[in-house]
Ligand binder design. Structure first.
Ligand SMILES: Cc1cc2nc3c(=O)[nH]c(=O)nc-3n(C[C@H](O)[C@H](O)[C@H](O)COP(=O)(O)OP(=O)(O)OC[C@H]3O[C@@H](n4cnc5c(N)ncnc54)[C@H](O)[C@@H]3O)c2cc1C
Length: 427
């Protein structure tokens, strides 16, 4: 079977869906998205913590998140967005000092981040009542908050479909057909000028590769027959999240991204002897000095912790009760007596797409005339989704970023550590 797409987006997570919607918004037709499971069984977009903050250390990340948070506020009801703030506790003096210095940059963007002394923290957030001497201070960012990321992804997809974008579900990208081309095209508008030649001759500098077809296999669980489709495409966008390196390897480029498992537990905080159990009023996302993070979630508490020795790999296994007992509960009870009697409900694991500087990768892929990419957003893909989708659509359509300049996120930065977009406050 064969298909044609003007722009083929591989990966229909929140980033791929945002790019698709933004292209459709600009009036670009012939956009197609393929994904092995649009329900998101293996998509980080369905497995995350639902936090959104603009309080980062690098301008490109602040700007991307600011624009996206503003979009979330505009659709607050639909996305369940509540700007309940991030309270970040510090126990490391050096890190706290650097966070305070970065607060100046954040507040220059109008984020109104507060610096709190220990007494203020304990007065405003009495939940924190244990081992208080460890807490040197905190930052509180009232404009940050929480939301339902699935609702955002559904919005991008539904609105894109309404504008004619085709989403192919259960299509597993298995191969890529490339051709050598002469004359690079900077944008969709210039792509017809590309002359395709099958055999490379002449100096390397004058030629670039061109992706001609993407091969997919239609796989339905339990069905014996697998149908192969060849999708002829003018432009390809790699939005495969943590899976991006597999695609890149098919076309001979090496990605620096590593998939790393992150686990989340849902905690039962109902204490029949002392209702209401844990009072989280006034708290949005709380990040503890230990690295544990938590927020209220449908009457329970969602708590996550990134084990520092987690080896990279495509591991979706949740360690269940043992993870809760070894990593979550001790940290909760260490900081708040209210968590002394909490219990484990369930949990899950998803993948962070981790880069050496903990920032995403976006832009054109050098050496290819018609390949773009937007992936590896570590723990920030939801909160940057709108801005990244819009900026990528601009780049694909016109050849340049117009709203948020994502140029610092080019993959080429990894050739020079001076150009890394280093983020340190990660959860
Ligand atoms: C536990 C956890 C907590 C997080 N918390 C937050 C948070 O609070 N806030 C925040 O902003 N971000 C958070 N993140 C990160 C965020 O979820 C991701 O950055 C974001 O979802 C990435 O979106 P994506 O579209 O790039 O990738 P994905 O959502 O992973 O989408 C990639 C898609 O590619 C598809 N795919 C893979 N291989 C193939 C193939 N061969 N063929 C076809 N399709 C394929 C997959 O099915 C998937 O749908 C968290 C992540 C995790 C795991």
């Amino acid at each position: 079977m064969s298909e044609r797409a003007r722009v083929l987006i591989v990966g229909g997570g929140i980033i791929g869906s945002a790019v698709a919607w933004s292209l459709a918004e600009r009036g670009v037709d012939g956009v197609m998205v393929v994904d092995l499971d649009l329900a998101g069984l293996y998509a980080s977009s369905e497995l995350n913590a639902g936090g959104a903050r603009a309080t980062w250390w690098q301008p490109v990340n602040i700007e991307g998140c600011l624009a996206t948070l503003s979009f979330f506020r505009d659709h607050a009801e639909r996305f369940g967005f509540r700007p309940s703030g991030y309270l970040w506790l510090y126990g490391n003096p050096e890190l706290f000092e650097r966070a305070l210095a970065k607060r100046e940059l954040q507040n220059a963007y109008g984020l109104e981040v507060e610096a709190l002394a220990p007494d203020e923290i304990f007065e405003r957030f009495p939940l924190i009542d244990r081992n208080r001497e460890e807490v040197l201070g905190a930052t509180f960012s009232p404009g940050d908050g929480l939301l339902n990321p699935n609702a955002v992804r559904a919005f991008f997809r539904e609105e894109a479909e309404r504008k004619g974008v085709r989403f192919r579900n259960r299509d597993y990208v298995t191969g890529v057909v490339t051709a050598r081309s002469v004359g690079a095209s900077g944008s969709l508008r210039g792509v017809t000028a590309v002359e395709v030649v099958e055999v490379a001759t002449g100096p390397r500098a004058e030629r670039e590769n061109r992706l001609r077809e993407i091969l997919t296999t239609h796989r339905v669980p339990g069905a014996a027959v697998e149908a192969e489709t060849r999708i002829e495409c003018e432009t390809v966008v790699n939005c495969l999240g943590a899976w991006s390196p597999i695609f890149s390897a098919k076309i001979g480029i090496r990605d620096v991204t590593e998939p790393v498992r992150r686990q989340i537990s849902l905690v039962d905080v109902h204490d029949e002897d002392a209702p209401p159990g844990v009072d989280l009023r006034g708290l949005g996302m709380l990040v503890d000095t230990s690295g544990l993070y938590l927020h209220g979630e449908g009457g329970h508490v969602l708590a996550g912790y990134s084990t520092p020795d987690e080896a990279p790999g495509f591991d979706f296994g949740y360690d269940g009760q043992s993870f809760f007992e070894s990593e979550i509960w001790p940290r909760l009870a260490h900081r708040a007596s209210a968590f002394e009697r909490c219990g484990h409900l369930r949990g899950w694991a998803g993948l962070y797409a981790v880069t050496p500087d903990r920032s995403g990768i976006a832009g054109r892929v050098g050496g290819f005339s018609n390949l773009f990419e937007a992936h590896s957003f570590t723990g920030r893909g939801v909160m940057q989704s709108y801005a990244v989708g819009r900026a990528m659509a601009e780049l694909i359509d016109t050849g340049r970023f117009e709203t948020v300049d994502l140029a610092p996120l080019t993959r080429e930065r990894f050739d020079d550590p001076e150009r890394w977009v280093m983020e340190e406050l990660h959860i």
